[in-house]
Design a binder for this molecule. Structure first.
Ligand code: ADP
Ligand code: ADP
Ligand code: ZN
Length: 213
């Protein structure tokens, strides 16, 4: 099963992608996590990506597309994957469609997690992230068992540099301008469904499972 997660920053894509990946035994592939891992390791890609990420802008397609095409060609992605945070632009979606059709494959589902902007702004200030394993938590809605520590891997949780309110507003603007058109793109491919992301985490997941079967 090949799945793409769509939705604004903070809509809950990562939270749901992890649960889907676990249930179906397929990898969760997050471009944001890949960039953050590169920043942490101080790679050339990480240094370039950080310039854009800190400003709430998208990393250029040239730095993003090949990376994802390589990743989905790995053996563990043979039976499917959940793409989280990619594609984010029409050219990225076209590059993905092209790479897949070269192997007679296609995206089976695009899941749009919908949450209004004002709700997102409130949510983001409470997000805490694990930069080691990519898990995310929320101070109120999804707290870790031990304050400030990742349940999964024990690393320290942080407030991401780009989760400050001014940057969140910028990322929302970028989302509406560059990423929202993908809803049309995948609707035309006949694979899109939407879920109400304002419900609690388990209810959103139940709605997704009901559609995936
Ligand atoms: P969020 O959890 O808010 O949706 P991500 O972790 O997916 O954020 O992405 C964080 C940042 O990484 C983005 O604001 C952007 O700068 C960069 N990024 C992630 N994925 C992509 C992509 N597919 N194309 C361009 N930039 C990306
Ligand atoms: P995205 O990957 O779309 O940027 P995340 O999955 O990181 O979003 O979720 C953003 C923040 O909102 C996190 O702090 C997360 O714990 C919290 N969150 C996710 N889903 C819900 C939900 N259904 N209700 C309330 N908070 C949520
Ligand atoms: Zn962790």
């Amino acid at each position: 099963m090949r799945i793409v997660m769509l939705g604004a920053p903070g809509a809950g894509k990562g939270t749901q992608a992890k649960k889907i990946a676990e249930k179906y035994g397929i990898p969760h592939i997050s471009t944001g996590d890949i960039f953050r891992a590169n920043i942490k390791e101080g790679t050339a890609l990480g240094r370039k990506a950080k310039e854009y990420m800190d400003q709430g802008l998208l990393v250029p397609d040239e730095l993003t597309c090949d990376l994802v095409v390589d990743r989905i060609s790995q053996p563990d992605a043979e039976n499917g994957y959940v793409l989280d945070g990619f594609p984010r632009t029409i050219p990225q979606a076209e590059a993905l469609t092209k790479a897949l059709s070269a192997r007679n494959e296609k995206i089976d589902y695009a899941i749009d997690v919908t949450v209004p902007d004002d709700n997102i702004i409130k949510r983001m200030s409470g997000r805490r992230a694990c930069l080691k394993c990519g898990a995310t938590y929320h101070l109120v809605y999804n707290p870790p068992k031990k304050e400030g520590i990742c349940d999964t891997c024990g690393a320290e949780l942080v407030l991401r540099d780009d989760d400050k309110p001014e940057t969140v507003q910028k990322r929302l603007n970028v989302y509406h301008a560059q990423t929202q058109p993908l809803i049309d793109y995948y609707t035309k491919q006949g694979v899109l469904f939407s879920v109400d992301g304002t419900q609690d985490i388990d209810k959103v997941f139940a709605d997704i499972i009901a559609k995936l079967g």
